[in-house]
Ligand binder design. Structure first.
Ligand code: FMN
Ligand code: SF4
Length: 451
């Protein structure tokens, strides 16, 4: 039986910072970081705030209109880095700019998806890139107030972001009349409490309002009814961090860094059975095999068995499929999974997939907010079935039952956590059914049993 205690006991904090390894390819967000150069002066020496100056006409140029900024972001083919991959420029164009009341901009730094640890490195080691990206977004959408909602368990990132905000305010890069222009933007940090569900954008808004973090029914979408019922645009930390480069270098240049429909670079958090786990920033469309090589290959020279390519919510893919994929939204979707948040979980030949699923299912049961019956009841049911298979009490019908319960959760819930709980189950059964069957018949795993 999986308990919170034995789950937590298996985590080991290494204290190693994950993005200082010079193994990125053409990095834009992690370029030239060393852990100490996060301050305003360091960021400016890397070209920081030039994009904000450019749009405000403070670099000797004419400045960019709101429409021009949005058109540039659309041209760049930047897609949301929080999980869904929604085109950012298109999202920005949904904001009703002429709305007469308050409008809000929100950054989603909740980063709770298991496997994902990229945003915390951005906030700690390059916080001004997020501030600049948000200021540009606020300008483009005519927004004067923003919040960055930061995950409750990474207090250091919150403190660092607060320190960077202070620097930006003191330098006239935030607040009233930014850089002597007529553009006002107040930006605040908000501290979450560590609930996975608060990363879902409407649960995040509820939490920001001081309420219990539970997702809202959609529609209405945040663009029309967001924070305090006002038009709101929410993007992920990495999404905002991509924006200054795009404005400085142009949408076309960003697009060309990646591949059509998948512009720019993407940060992957690689964990599991690799020699060098960590965050890797590489161009969209880079082969998975290259990413694996950057991460030092499979640990101990073992064979690759499976990969969860986009965080725990994304369906697992067997090695043979993964090795043919490039790392971008379209290629991974075509292969039957999702690029998600870019958390790549690598599993070698010794991993028991039933035990891996046991951990995932326990997580989703624990994190379900309980509002909708299929998710509240279904996630617990899935977890209990996988528990009994692992414990040697599985029934021959359990694989079909798991698939059936998951099928009945999928698409029948208020938010995507239900799908996130269901999809890994269905993918595990689809690709690794024989491991489940072996456990049911022989009461023991067909591979080394530890995960
Ligand atoms: C259960 C759940 C958890 C989520 N967690 C996060 C998260 O931690 N960070 C994030 O940026 N997006 C998260 N999302 C996605 C957000 O709802 C939203 O799509 C995203 O913040 C939009 O930003 P983007 O367009 O820049 O990706 C989550 C979604 C769900 C359903
Ligand atoms: S799907 Fe799950 S997490 Fe999402 S609202 Fe329903 S019960 Fe809550």
């Amino acid at each position: 039986m999986m308990t919170v205690e034995n789950l937590l006991s298996q985590f080991r904090a290494t204290g190693v910072q994950t993005c200082f390894h010079n193994r990125h390819i053409n990095p834009q967000i992690y370029a030239d970081l060393n852990g100490a150069n996060w301050r305003l002066r360091d960021y400016e020496s890397r070209g920081g705030y030039q994009a904000l100056r450019k749009i405000l006409g403070k670099d000797g140029g004419e400045g960019l209109t709101q429409d021009q900024v949005i058109a540039t972001v659309k041209e760049s083919a930047l897609r949301g880095r929080g999980g869904a991959g929604f085109p950012t420029g298109l999202k920005w164009s949904f904001m009703p700019r002429q709305f007469p009341g308050q409008k809000y901009l929100v950054c989603n730094s909740d980063e709770g998806e298991p496997g994902t640890c990229k945003d915390r490195d951005i906030l700690e080691f390059n916080p001004h890139i997020v501030i600049e990206g948000m200021a540009i977004a606020a300008y483009a959408m005519g927004i004067s107030v923003g919040y960055n909602y930061i995950h409750g368990e990474i207090f250091s990132a919150y403190e660092r972001f607060e320190a960077a905000l202070e620097e930006a305010r003191a330098a006239g890069l935030l607040g009233k009349g930014i850089l002597g222009s007529s553009f006002d933007f107040q930006l605040h940090a908000a501290h979450g409490f560590g609930a996975y569900i608060c990363g879902e954008e409407t649960a995040l808004l509820e939490s920001l309002e001081g309420k219990k973090g539970q997702p809202r029914f959609k529609p209405p979408f945040p663009a029309s009814f967001g924070l305090y019922g006002k038009p709101t645009t929410i993007n992920n930390t990495e999404t905002f961090a991509a924006v200054p480069w795009i404005i400085r270098n142009g949408g076309q240049a960003y697009l060309e860094c990646g591949k059509p429909n998948n512009g720019g670079t993407k940060i992957y958090s690689i964990s599991g059975d690799v020699e060098r786990p960590g965050n890797y920033e590489i161009p969209m469309g880079t082969p998975f095999a290259k990413l694996l090589e950057l991460a030092g290959g499979v640990r101990g020279g073992k064979a690759l068995k499976a990969v969860i390519p986009g965080g725990s919510s994304s369906p697992v893919l067997p090695a043979s499929i993964m090795m043919e994929c490039t790392m971008d939204y379209d290629s991974i979707a075509k292969a039957g999974s999702m690029l998600g948040s870019g958390a790549v979980i690598v599993m070698d030949e010794t991993r028991c997939m039933v035990k891996a699923l046991q951990r995932l299912s326990y997580f989703y049961m624990h994190e379900s907010c309980g509002q909708c019956t299929p998710c509240r009841e279904g996630t617990g049911w899935l977890s209990r079935i996988v528990d009994r298979v692992v414990d040697g009490h599985g029934r021959p019908t359990d694989m079909d039952l798991l698939d059936n319960v998951a099928e009945n959760i999928q698409g029948r819930t208020i938010c995507a956590l239900g799908d996130a709980a269901a999809m890994p189950v269905r993918a595990m059964i689809k690709h690794f059914r024989s491991e489940f069957e072996h456990l049911v018949v022989h009461k023991t795993s067909m591979v080394a049993a530890h995960v």
